[in-house]
Ligand binder design. Structure first.
Ligand code: IMP
Length: 195
Protein backbone atom coordinates (compact mmCIF):
# COMPACT_ATOMS: atom_id res chain seq x y z
CA UNK A 1 0.00 0.00 0.00
CA UNK A 2 1.29 3.47 -0.95
CA UNK A 3 0.68 6.55 1.20
CA UNK A 4 1.47 10.14 0.30
CA UNK A 5 2.27 12.61 3.12
CA UNK A 6 0.81 15.96 2.02
CA UNK A 7 3.58 18.06 3.62
CA UNK A 8 6.62 19.67 1.92
CA UNK A 9 8.24 20.44 5.30
CA UNK A 10 11.22 18.05 5.72
CA UNK A 11 11.01 18.02 9.55
CA UNK A 12 7.32 17.24 9.52
CA UNK A 13 7.79 14.53 6.87
CA UNK A 14 10.55 12.88 8.94
CA UNK A 15 8.42 13.00 12.09
CA UNK A 16 5.32 11.60 10.38
CA UNK A 17 7.32 8.88 8.57
CA UNK A 18 8.93 7.72 11.80
CA UNK A 19 5.50 7.30 13.39
CA UNK A 20 3.38 5.71 10.66
CA UNK A 21 6.05 3.63 8.89
CA UNK A 22 5.01 -0.04 9.04
CA UNK A 23 4.79 -3.03 6.68
CA UNK A 24 3.35 -3.17 4.05
CA UNK A 25 3.27 0.62 3.61
CA UNK A 26 5.44 2.54 1.15
CA UNK A 27 5.62 6.22 2.15
CA UNK A 28 6.03 9.22 -0.15
CA UNK A 29 5.78 12.96 0.45
CA UNK A 30 4.69 15.95 -1.63
CA UNK A 31 8.42 16.47 -2.34
CA UNK A 32 8.37 13.25 -4.41
CA UNK A 33 5.58 14.65 -6.62
CA UNK A 34 6.72 18.01 -8.03
CA UNK A 35 3.85 19.96 -9.54
CA UNK A 36 1.22 19.11 -6.95
CA UNK A 37 -1.02 22.15 -6.27
CA UNK A 38 -0.57 24.48 -3.27
CA UNK A 39 -3.76 24.16 -1.24
CA UNK A 40 -5.43 27.05 0.58
CA UNK A 41 -6.26 26.14 4.19
CA UNK A 42 -9.49 28.14 4.20
CA UNK A 43 -11.93 25.74 5.90
CA UNK A 44 -13.50 26.75 9.23
CA UNK A 45 -12.20 23.72 11.17
CA UNK A 46 -8.99 21.70 11.50
CA UNK A 47 -10.82 18.63 10.20
CA UNK A 48 -12.15 20.62 7.24
CA UNK A 49 -8.63 21.75 6.26
CA UNK A 50 -7.08 18.29 6.71
CA UNK A 51 -9.87 16.66 4.68
CA UNK A 52 -9.58 19.29 1.94
CA UNK A 53 -5.81 18.73 1.56
CA UNK A 54 -6.10 14.93 1.71
CA UNK A 55 -8.94 14.80 -0.81
CA UNK A 56 -7.34 17.07 -3.42
CA UNK A 57 -4.01 15.21 -3.29
CA UNK A 58 -5.62 11.75 -3.28
CA UNK A 59 -7.66 12.61 -6.36
CA UNK A 60 -4.63 14.25 -8.02
CA UNK A 61 -2.25 11.29 -7.46
CA UNK A 62 -4.59 8.31 -7.17
CA UNK A 63 -2.88 7.13 -3.97
CA UNK A 64 -3.94 7.34 -0.31
CA UNK A 65 -2.93 10.64 1.28
CA UNK A 66 -2.32 11.71 4.86
CA UNK A 67 -2.83 15.39 5.79
CA UNK A 68 -2.98 17.28 9.07
CA UNK A 69 -3.86 20.68 10.45
CA UNK A 70 -2.89 22.19 13.79
CA UNK A 71 -4.18 25.13 15.81
CA UNK A 72 -3.46 26.87 19.13
CA UNK A 73 -6.69 27.33 21.12
CA UNK A 74 -6.52 29.91 23.96
CA UNK A 75 -9.38 29.95 26.49
CA UNK A 76 -9.17 33.69 27.32
CA UNK A 77 -9.32 34.51 23.57
CA UNK A 78 -12.45 32.39 23.02
CA UNK A 79 -10.43 29.64 21.34
CA UNK A 80 -8.48 31.96 19.04
CA UNK A 81 -6.24 31.84 17.05
CA UNK A 82 -7.52 28.24 16.56
CA UNK A 83 -7.98 27.34 12.92
CA UNK A 84 -6.44 30.72 11.97
CA UNK A 85 -3.14 30.02 13.80
CA UNK A 86 -0.94 30.26 10.68
CA UNK A 87 -2.10 33.79 9.77
CA UNK A 88 -3.38 35.23 13.09
CA UNK A 89 -1.45 38.49 12.54
CA UNK A 90 -2.49 38.75 8.88
CA UNK A 91 -1.65 37.26 5.47
CA UNK A 92 2.10 36.67 4.97
CA UNK A 93 2.84 37.33 8.67
CA UNK A 94 5.81 35.68 10.38
CA UNK A 95 5.78 33.31 13.37
CA UNK A 96 7.11 36.25 15.43
CA UNK A 97 4.22 38.52 14.32
CA UNK A 98 1.76 35.85 15.44
CA UNK A 99 3.46 35.45 18.84
CA UNK A 100 3.46 39.23 19.40
CA UNK A 101 -0.23 39.42 18.60
CA UNK A 102 -1.02 36.63 21.08
CA UNK A 103 1.14 38.22 23.82
CA UNK A 104 -0.47 41.60 23.29
CA UNK A 105 -4.03 40.18 23.33
CA UNK A 106 -3.15 38.17 26.46
CA UNK A 107 -1.82 41.25 28.28
CA UNK A 108 -3.48 41.38 31.74
CA UNK A 109 -5.43 38.14 31.20
CA UNK A 110 -5.29 35.91 34.26
CA UNK A 111 -6.58 32.73 32.61
CA UNK A 112 -3.53 31.61 30.58
CA UNK A 113 -4.81 28.10 29.69
CA UNK A 114 -4.37 26.97 26.09
CA UNK A 115 -3.95 23.82 24.02
CA UNK A 116 -2.47 22.74 20.74
CA UNK A 117 -4.75 20.44 18.76
CA UNK A 118 -3.75 18.45 15.67
CA UNK A 119 -6.21 16.64 13.43
CA UNK A 120 -4.74 14.06 11.05
CA UNK A 121 -6.67 12.43 8.20
CA UNK A 122 -5.78 9.48 5.97
CA UNK A 123 -7.92 9.39 2.83
CA UNK A 124 -8.05 6.37 0.53
CA UNK A 125 -8.55 6.57 -3.25
CA UNK A 126 -12.24 5.59 -2.84
CA UNK A 127 -12.58 8.75 -0.62
CA UNK A 128 -13.18 6.71 2.54
CA UNK A 129 -11.06 8.11 5.36
CA UNK A 130 -9.88 7.60 8.93
CA UNK A 131 -9.02 10.51 11.23
CA UNK A 132 -7.39 11.08 14.61
CA UNK A 133 -6.76 13.94 17.03
CA UNK A 134 -3.95 14.82 19.44
CA UNK A 135 -3.91 17.51 22.11
CA UNK A 136 -1.25 19.14 24.31
CA UNK A 137 -2.38 21.28 27.26
CA UNK A 138 -0.33 24.27 28.42
CA UNK A 139 -0.30 27.95 29.40
CA UNK A 140 0.59 31.11 27.49
CA UNK A 141 3.67 32.82 28.98
CA UNK A 142 4.05 36.60 29.48
CA UNK A 143 7.11 36.72 27.20
CA UNK A 144 9.04 34.59 24.77
CA UNK A 145 11.25 31.93 26.39
CA UNK A 146 13.63 29.68 24.42
CA UNK A 147 14.85 29.64 20.84
CA UNK A 148 14.13 26.10 19.65
CA UNK A 149 11.08 24.83 17.79
CA UNK A 150 8.88 27.06 15.66
CA UNK A 151 5.56 28.89 15.60
CA UNK A 152 4.10 29.51 19.05
CA UNK A 153 6.61 27.24 20.86
CA UNK A 154 8.42 30.10 22.74
CA UNK A 155 5.17 31.27 24.39
CA UNK A 156 3.69 27.83 25.18
CA UNK A 157 4.49 26.64 28.71
CA UNK A 158 4.12 22.95 29.61
CA UNK A 159 3.77 22.58 33.39
CA UNK A 160 4.81 18.90 33.46
CA UNK A 161 8.14 19.93 31.87
CA UNK A 162 8.57 23.26 33.66
CA UNK A 163 9.67 24.77 30.31
CA UNK A 164 8.23 26.16 27.11
CA UNK A 165 8.23 24.02 23.97
CA UNK A 166 11.06 26.22 22.67
CA UNK A 167 13.42 25.04 25.42
CA UNK A 168 13.34 21.32 24.56
CA UNK A 169 14.79 19.28 21.70
CA UNK A 170 12.70 18.04 18.78
CA UNK A 171 13.08 14.49 20.13
CA UNK A 172 11.69 15.55 23.53
CA UNK A 173 8.87 17.48 21.85
CA UNK A 174 7.96 14.44 19.74
CA UNK A 175 7.42 12.40 22.91
CA UNK A 176 4.60 14.65 24.09
CA UNK A 177 3.39 16.73 21.17
CA UNK A 178 -0.14 17.13 19.86
CA UNK A 179 1.12 16.12 16.40
CA UNK A 180 2.79 12.88 17.52
CA UNK A 181 -0.29 11.92 19.58
CA UNK A 182 -2.53 12.45 16.52
CA UNK A 183 -0.25 10.41 14.26
CA UNK A 184 0.18 7.60 16.82
CA UNK A 185 -3.61 7.35 17.06
CA UNK A 186 -3.85 7.41 13.25
CA UNK A 187 -1.25 4.61 13.05
CA UNK A 188 -3.33 2.46 15.42
CA UNK A 189 -6.49 3.11 13.43
CA UNK A 190 -4.63 2.25 10.22
CA UNK A 191 -3.48 -1.06 11.75
CA UNK A 192 -7.12 -1.89 12.56
CA UNK A 193 -8.17 -0.83 9.06
CA UNK A 194 -5.52 -3.01 7.40
CA UNK A 195 -6.42 -5.98 9.60
P1 IMP B 1 0.07 23.55 10.49
O1 IMP B 1 -1.34 23.11 10.32
O2 IMP B 1 0.95 22.45 11.02
O3 IMP B 1 0.63 24.22 9.27
O4 IMP B 1 0.07 24.64 11.66
C1 IMP B 1 -0.61 25.88 11.56
C2 IMP B 1 0.11 26.92 12.41
O5 IMP B 1 0.05 26.52 13.79
C3 IMP B 1 1.59 27.05 12.10
O6 IMP B 1 1.80 28.05 11.13
C4 IMP B 1 2.19 27.45 13.44
O7 IMP B 1 2.09 28.83 13.62
C5 IMP B 1 1.27 26.79 14.44
N1 IMP B 1 1.84 25.49 14.90
C6 IMP B 1 1.56 24.25 14.41
N2 IMP B 1 2.22 23.31 15.09
C7 IMP B 1 2.94 23.96 16.03
C8 IMP B 1 3.84 23.52 17.05
O8 IMP B 1 4.12 22.32 17.22
N3 IMP B 1 4.38 24.47 17.80
C9 IMP B 1 4.12 25.81 17.65
N4 IMP B 1 3.30 26.27 16.71
C10 IMP B 1 2.70 25.36 15.91
Amino acid sequence: MKILISSRNEDKIKEIKSIIQQDPIELFSALDFPGLPEIDEDADSLLGNALKKAKILTLETGIACVADDTGLFIDALNGNPGVYSARFAGDNCSYKDNRHKVLSEMHNKTDRNARFITVAVLMFPDEEYICAEGCLEGQITNEEIGDKGFGYDPIFWVSSLGTTLAEISLQEKNLISHRSKAFLDLRNKLKEYLA
